[in-house]
Design a protein around this ligand. Structure first.
Ligand SMILES: [Cu+2]
Length: 487
């Protein structure tokens, strides 16, 4: 293929080659590529004994739909500014695609000819990079290098012959745009099914935002992140992955952020079966229960879900298991916004004791941002109350279950998690959805940041949850393709 293209480029010049090569290669692909599953040729050879390919479910964001132009799959990708609720208490102004950040997932089959019409509805130039694609440089999406940046209101049409298979992705190659949410998944299903067959297949984007106090716009320069998300939602607003007991499950992690994320699954040993470079041959799979997903990497893991339960699936970096947890973003959770009538430092909870250094003796572990203990002045401008009585006043609904020891305030280092995790932080009703049906009451008080569940449900419970998901009749349901297959 590359020889043909090189020849064409030499013969006709790059511009002509782009068109001619594309036409020719599309024909060549039809001749050379293995027949797609479902095509008469494939069926005559070896009909799959199970539905194939298993649709990949990207919770929250779903798929980008396509139309056919002859044999070409045509996708229409629109970059835009959008408001997105990432948590019951937080709506941000993100930049994404077709209504969400991350953008919807594109799913194609190996052997497909694919066209992506990109419309830029941002207020500034952009372009789309197709990460890991072995294709023509003219469609690489590098602004100013491989193509002209696409101006606001402008359009660029990308075309690909899909000869790879695996977990790929697309993103703006302008770094700040990427950090504002401009990324999405691109799944290339193999023409020959992987073995063993997976009954469920999920894509999870790992993301972080720094959203400063009283702000709704991610600060893309800030290195200290206070919102950690899976597919654009922070726990407990993330959506659990629903599988039936006995299912073989594939999880595809994609990281297009600033931090690395060790993704950990409770209760199981999985095998890493793929990277951003595609499938790993079985003899080289490696076992684990945590997989480090570095920046710009994908990691596919597989497991047989043979142990029922609501199993935690989360980034294991402690600060990524929290919401609004950062030493420079001011008040945490117990008071909305800045208090009125005080100066900026006080309002943001910056320490003002003696000495002025944030890590001075006065401040204990608060490290630059008041947490309601330490110096007298800090305590006067606390983020949260110290006594149980004040906690009850400030957090109506927080159960007085003796969670805090009577001498708590005399214990060095208190509080650590007392006001961060617990039934008092629960918001089960606010994040209610069919996928959460049957979870232990108060569960949402203990799930924050880059967290969700792998819910391995026995058949009766599975059927009940699936029935509720179907009943919800949600438009563009990310589970839609899967629900269609379940009777
Ligand atoms: Cu992490």
């Amino acid at each position: 293929m590359s020889n043909r293209r090189t020849f064409l480029q030499r013969a006709f010049g790059a511009g002509a080659a782009l068109c001619a090569g594309r036409r020719l290669s599309a024909q060549a692909m039809q001749m050379q590529m293995p027949a797609r599953p479902g095509s008469p040729a494939a069926q005559s050879k070896q009909p799959p004994t199970f539905p194939f390919p298993t649709p990949v479910v990207t919770t929250e964001v779903g798929d980008l739909s396509y139309t056919m132009d002859g044999a070409t799959k045509v996708f229409h990708l629109v970059s835009e500014v959008l408001r997105q609720k990432i948590h019951p208490g937080k709506t941000i102004d993100a930049w994404g695609f077709n209504g969400s950040a991350p953008g919807p997932t594109i799913q194609v089959n190996q052997g497909d000819h694919v066209r992506v019409i990109f419309d830029n509805h941002l207020p500034e130039p952009s372009s789309i990079h197709w990460h890991g694609f072995e294709d023509l440089v003219g469609y690489d999406g590098m602004p100013g290098i491989s193509q002209e940046p696409v101006k606001p209101g402008g359009r660029f049409v990308y075309e690909f012959d899909i000869h790879q298979a695996g977990t790929y992705f697309y993103h703006s190659h302008m770094a700040m745009q990427e950090m504002a949410g401009m990324l999405g998944g691109f799944i290339m299903h193999p023409s020959t099914p992987y073995h063993p067959h997976c009954d469920k297949d999920f894509l999870l984007h790992l993301q972080e935002y720094a959203v400063l106090p009283n702000n709704t716009v991610p600060n893309t320069m800030n290195m200290e992140y206070n919102w950690l998300l899976l597919n654009g939602k922070a726990g407990p607003a993330s959506t659990p992955l629903i599988v039936r007991l006995g299912d073989r499950v594939r999880l595809r992690f994609v990281n297009l952020g600033m931090d690395h994320h060790p993704m950990h699954l409770h209760g199981y040993t999985f095998h890493v079966t793929g990277t951003e470079g595609g499938r790993i041959q079985e003899s080289a799979w490696w076992p684990g229960n945590t997989v480090l997903v570095g920046v710009a990497q994908a990691r596919d893991v597989e497991l047989t879900a043979n142990r029922p339960g609501d199993w935690m699936l989360h980034c294991h970096l402690p600060h990524h298991m929290m919401n609004q947890m950062s030493s420079n973003v001011g008040s945490m959770t117990r008071r909305p916004g800045q208090p009125a009538g005080v100066d900026m430092n006080t309002g943001m909870g910056m320490l003002q004791g003696t000495p002025g250094a944030p890590s001075g003796d006065d401040y204990g572990t608060s490290l630059g941002r008041g947490m309601g203990f330490g110096s007298t002045s800090d305590m006067l401008t606390t983020n949260g109350p110290l006594s149980r009585e004040k906690a009850m006043q400030a957090m109506p609904g927080m159960p007085d279950a003796g969670d805090i020891a009577k001498n708590a305030n005399a214990v060095p280092g208190f509080p650590q998690d007392a006001y961060m995790e617990g039934p008092g932080m629960a918001m089960d009703q606010m994040v209610d959805k069919p996928e959460n049906y049957g979870l232990r009451s108060g569960w949402s008080g203990f799930m924050m940041g880059m967290m969700t569940f792998l819910r391995v449900l026995p058949p009766d419970k599975y059927d009940e949850v699936i029935a509720r998901m179907k009943q919800a009749k949600r438009p563009n349901d990310p589970y839609g393709a899967l629900l269609q297959r379940v009777s």
